[in-house]
Design a protein around this ligand. Sequence first.
Ligand code: PAF
Length: 264
Amino acid sequence: MATWGESVALVPTMGALHAGHMALMDLARQHGRRVIASIFVNPAQFAAHEDLSKYPRPFSADVAKLEAAGVDGLFAPEPATMYPPGFCSGVQVAGPANVGLEDRFRPTHFYGVTTVVAKLFHQVQPTAAVFGEKDFQQLAVLRQMVDDLDFPVKIVNAPTYREADGLALSSRNVFLTPDQRAIAPVLHQTLQDCAKAVRAGETQGLARGRSRIEEAGFLLDYLELRDSRTLGEPGQDATREAGGLRLLVAAKLGTTRLIDNVAV
Ligand code: PAF
């Protein structure tokens, strides 16, 4: 356990750092005198059929990027340090933040995320922690955990970092073939068009968006409109909640699963 005596902002990551991660490090600088990054590809948040073994791990390149960015420290534990033999505890967040989106397709995912983030918070003892809005449900679940369990950590959210064509940066984008990469921006374009339709009160906007994503060649997991604070289902008159709604999508292109979201 660390004792710092000064404010520390933690940026938890699974490595394969890209410009989006580096923007999180920059933002972290505004929330702590010291910035610590963690790199840990957390087995507990991958289901047995998911891509744990092929998740990219360019560790030396990651370290070089962190050094170049002036990050003060890196915490990169081994799996056996995080989950030694006999490990059998965990953190489970319930409630609307954890209902009906990612959890329908990855039922054990957030249990793994909250468990590892709780451990990282205890190990690094940050005063703030920065997470990207691309994983919007993850942010909501982590806020719930911090509020419910009284972690003395300020959760800071950072806007999604995008390619010029709108594709959200993700460590998994490297798995896209050139053809899939050309299709991938449809997700963000559809989100933007759907958001416009919702604002205009068009009832068919979501259905149209779902069809467009499928017609582009994705296997759609969900495209849903949610209350951006609780992630619960919005009330009947969605247009009245403008500013307080979020559109979230997850879809697969081949074996690569992409997620994204926009404010409405
Ligand atoms: O967002 C991620 O990269 C991971 O879910 C996190 C927060 C580092 C926990 O493993």
